[in-house]
Design a protein around this ligand. Structure first.
Ligand SMILES: Cc1cc2nc3c(=O)[nH]c(=O)nc-3n(C[C@H](O)[C@H](O)[C@H](O)COP(=O)(O)OP(=O)(O)OC[C@H]3O[C@@H](n4cnc5c(N)ncnc54)[C@H](O)[C@@H]3O)c2cc1C
Length: 269
């Protein structure tokens, strides 16, 4: 047994102060990852600082084409946001396909990207959308934020407060879900703004989310699924586990990328 003190923060400053006073504290969002980890004794924090009641961290705000999603916004709340669905349907659909209804109701975007599971969906969207991760101290471009497996640029006592991005002209996300967990075995987010195309892959990389630059180059001049016919995804550096080999994942990445491009190309304007 070990003792854990639970604190309910009502402001970001208060949460930071509580964490500063804790011996070995952890922030708590929906608890979807942290609570099972504690149950297995893989984490035994002296203090839990609950962020979910902090009003300033809640909700989706849209101004022109700028989207800001507060860190404790649940996947469910993103998935039902009608204004966001008009501006960037891909992220709404992504949120609506995370896990099951229980996970979507409790899990948060901040918890997802602070945890940075290599199979999580949001990291691919934020990398492809060239999003900014906003913390209580600074703004971090997504390209610098996702560092490796379960690793981010966050300091141990730093709080993700929001993510912000400019809605692309068009985007789509396709994943091949693990049938048991529904996490991505390979998920590909494609975003197009003018001639610029960004393609980001989750679920497959040994170091977590990554950009597929060969696909971006091919799609910049010919935005159609056939532009990816010749794409050779290198299995070197891809995950190989009980669910799928690196070679299988390499094939999945190409198939998911083509499906995402097809969805965008076939969507009525
Ligand atoms: C059965 C199951 C299926 C799932 N399927 C999917 C899936 O298909 N796709 C997918 O992407 N995800 C999936 N998830 C993950 C889920 O969606 C959550 O996003 C993830 O578990 C994080 O949960 P949480 O937001 O409750 O954070 P918590 O579990 O509360 O916290 C996770 C970690 O992040 C830290 N943290 C939380 N919020 C912040 C913050 N604002 N600032 C700094 N640090 C913070 C915590 O200290 C902790 O270390 C699944 C989870 C489960 C249990």
């Amino acid at each position: 047994m070990y003792e854990t003190q639970y604190h309910r923060a009502t402001s970001v400053e208060g949460a930071a102060r509580l964490m500063g006073e804790a011996e070995d504290g952890k922030f708590l969002a929906g608890g979807m990852t942290l609570i099972p980890t504690m149950k297995q004794r893989l984490a035994s924090p002296s203090d839990l600082v609950d962020l979910r009641r902090i009003e300033a961290l809640k909700g989706v705000k849209i101004s022109g084409r700028t989207v800001r999603i507060g860190a404790v916004t649940s996947h469910y709340d993103v998935s039902i946001n009608e204004e966001l669905a008009k501006l960037c349907p891909a992220i709404v659909s992504l949120a609506g396909h995370i896990g099951d209804p229980q996970v979507r109701n409790m899990g948060t975007i901040g918890g997802s990207i602070a945890n940075n599971d290599p199979a999580a969906d949001y990291p691919s969207a934020l990398l492809a959308l060239e999003a900014t991760i906003i913390t209580n101290r600074r703004s971090i471009p997504a390209s610098e934020y996702f560092v490796g497996l379960f690793e981010t640029a966050l300091g141990s006592d730093e709080i993700v407060t929001a993510v912000e991005f400019t809605a692309p002209d068009k985007a789509a996300y396709k994943k091949f879900p693990n049938p048991a967990s529904l996490y991505a075995m390979a998920g590909v987010f494609v975003a197009k703004s003018g001639d610029k195309v960004r393609v980001a892959v989750t679920g497959a990389g040994e170091n977590g989310v990554f950009r597929l630059e060969d696909a971006e180059t091919a799609l910049a001049t010919n935005f159609s699924p056939s532009a990816l016919d010749g794409l050779a995804v290198d299995p070197d550096g891809l995950l190989s586990d009980m669910h799928a080999s690196a070679e299988y994942r390499a094939n999945l990445v190409k198939v998911m990328a083509k499906r995402a491009v097809a969805e965008i190309a076939n969507r009525p304007m």
